[in-house]
Design a protein around this ligand. Sequence first.
Ligand code: ASP
Ligand code: MG
Length: 410
Amino acid sequence: MLIIQKYGGATLETPEKIKTAAARIADYKNKGNQVVVIVSAMGQTTNQLLSLSQQVSKNPLLRELDMLLSVGERISMSLMSIALNDLNHHAISLTGSQAGILTDDEHVSAMIIDVKAHRVIEALKENKIVIIAGFQGVSPLTKEITTLGRGGSDTTAVAMAAFLKANHCEILKDVSSIYSADPKIVKSAHPIHQLNYAVLLEMTYWGAKVLHYRSVELASINKINLYIGPAQSSETTKNTEIKTFKDFSKIGTIIHEDVMFESTRAIAVNSHQNVYALSIKSKNQSAAINMVSENFRKNQISTPQILFGFTQKDETTLLITAPQEVMSLIKNYCNSNQDCQLQNENLCSVSLTCTGSSLNDVLTLSQKKLSEQNISVQYFTQSAMSLNFFVAQDLKEKTIQALHQMIENP
Ligand code: ASP
Ligand code: MG
C-alpha cells in the first residue's frame, strides 16, 4: 500500500516527539508499505517566525514572508529524515518546490495549480521514505517560493495523495479524533468516528480547526479516503487491529464517500473566534467586495473569508474572518481609511452543522436554546447544512454549549 501521513505541528513540537513520529513511520514501512510523509512546522514555529518579521517591520513584503515562513516546515522535514536514517531507513526530505508542488503566484495564500512530483516517484522507486515540507510550493510563473495559507500543510498532504493515487491519507494530530465540539468548552462533546466530505467541508468552513478547509475540498473532489487520528500510540491504538481503512474508525475519524445520515441530524458545533463587521462606503456591493480583495491585496493584506454580507443604500456590511495576523493588518487598514470602518471587532461565529437544516424545527429549536440562555444573536445565516450565529465574543462558550444541546449522543 502507498500511504500518505501528515504530522501536525503539535506532534512534532520537540526532538523527542519527532523521534516518536519517526518510529511510527518506520513501523509502517517495516510492514511493507510505501510511505510519503508531509510535515508541519514544529509547535509554534510559524507564529514565532511571524512575530520575528513583525519585530523587523509592521509591513513585511509578502514575498519575503513566504521565504521566512517556508523555513518552519524545512526544519521539520530535515529533522524527520535525520531521525529515520538513524533508524536505518533510507529517507529523503524534499521542499514543496522540490516535490513538485506548483502554485499560483499569490504570496501567503497560494493555491496549488498542479503537482509534478517526479522526484517523489523516483525516491519511492528507490525504496525510500519521502518527507515533504508541507504548506509550501513554487510558482512556475515567477519561480518564487509560495505558501498556502495558515494550516496549509493538510492541503499539501491531500494534493500529494491525489497525485500519487495513495490508498489513503492520514492526518495525525495530538487529539484522538474529530469531536462534536471542543471538549474544553463542552464536557459532553463526543468523538465523531465517521463523516462524509460535505459535512466536514461545512464544519471546516465555519471554523473547525481540525483540517484546512481547502484540503477537505480537494479530498472531496478527488475522493481521497481521509483518516484523522492520534500520532501518539495509546492503549486503543495498540489494541486495535487495522485490516481495512474502515477499521481506523475504531480509533479516530474517517472521512469517505458513503457515510449516510438520516435527515435531520445535528452533528457538530464549531466557531470562528474572531469576526469583524466591516462597513464599507461604496456605490454598490461589487465595489465593496473589490475593496476587501483588490485593495487589501495592494496593501499586502491577504483576502479574508467573507462569511456574510448585506448592502443598505451606499454602505455594505461584511462579516469577515482571517488568521490573527491578517485581522491586525485589516484593523490598521480600517483605522487609516475613511471608506472602511470597523463597526464591530468583538464578534465571533458559532455554527451548528447538521443535515436537513431546513427541515423540521432545527432553527426554531436552536433559537429557543439560545434565548433560554439570554444569548442575543446579532446576525444569523442558514444554509443546507448549517445554522450560523454571530454573537459577541464573550458569549462564545455559552453559545457553543447551548447549541451542543441539540446534538444527541450517538
Ligand atoms: N505551519 C503552518 C501553520 O502553522 C502550516 C501548517 O501547520 O499547516 O499555519
Ligand atoms: Mg503549523
